[in-house]
Design a protein around this ligand. Sequence first.
Ligand SMILES: [Zn+2]
Length: 426
Amino acid sequence: MRQIIISLFAFTASLLLLVASANANEGSIAFVGATIIDGTNADPLIDGILVITDGRIRTVGPRSAVTIPDGAQIINVAGKTIMPGLINAHGHVGGTLGLGGGQYNTGNLLRQLGLYARYGVTTVNSLGGDEEQGFALRNEQFNADLDRARIFVSGSVVVGDTEEAIRDEVNRNADMGANFIKVRVDDNLGASEKMPQDLFTALVDQAHIRRLPVAVHLFYREDAKFILDAGGDLLAHSVRDLPVDQELIAKIQENDVCYIPTLTREVSTFIYESVPDFFSDPYFLKEADSAILEELQTPERMSRIASSRSAQGYKAALEVAMDNVARLNEAGVKIAMGTDTGPPARFQGYFEHMEMHMMVEAGMSPIDAIRASTGVAADCINVGDVGSLEPNKWGDFIILGANPAEDIMNTKTIESVWIAGNRISD
Ligand SMILES: [Zn+2]
């Protein structure tokens, strides 16, 4: 009997394999007639054709210049806009369930990567809190069957009281295969101790020995200058205490470092003092869990936030952050969209759209915000084969009913999301 069950199992398994390979994303699909925003500095293409073969972009160009391969499936997208999938350069994946943490497992990772994907966020750079299961998903995602957002990982947020402890922790993350080393240089509005400068310097040294870039959580302008002088590679939040000055702008540019505003992170700290407007946005509600919304609207919880000094401190900090985005963008600093979503009440997927809208509200043009969320973001997180619609890159893109370069609110008109050429189901 046992023998029969085992061979039955083997038979079923091989059958499943057969089905899987038959379903694999083979052959070509041609998307014909859309306006194509390719995520680079090129002008949008009117009446373009995008051809995907085996999960990757084969050709993209104007109708007159593209030959559709024989046998390709043709999808008419006239009147629509195609742009690369959104890249969140600062998120966290897998830890939160409802309004609680400590839920890290493969099922929760996949659930959240599916949620991001349905909102058109096709790549997430997870900056901390990553464990083995997240690394495994990162390793598995470079194939044409992918049907969820891509994840890149940092491992643990590095902390330690001694140089040795810091170097050991960097090594542990590096040994696991981290994409970034993540560290915090902040005192949480005076509520905690900031990492001493000598330990930060040792951390950067060890990360660079392991050939890994360092992504830094920060708050204060003078810390940002120190971080850049010490070799930090990515500013993972806004400077929020003071206006950025010429000295800081020069340091950012000399070091060719990217800046991630995470404006919605600030929003999340105080917005639940009352009922947020977005609680009545259908685009939010389509994925929202009503039990979470109810909990966020309990009067005790709202009044606690209204009277919280840190919430009100971050509300003021947001004003500074918004001004700084405008200044840095004007100076030509590379700005990457990032939200710090993942922790409780920072809604993955929806907040990335809100972030783009706020970047425009702060003073960026819609096309700047789009580039910050696609090609520039890919460059900032060192991922070469997504973020723009160019030959040989993965077929990660979104099809929209209206053009977001004309009105950034149109990012909410997503009609379909494609990852490695696979349509993500709603
Ligand atoms: Zn974060």
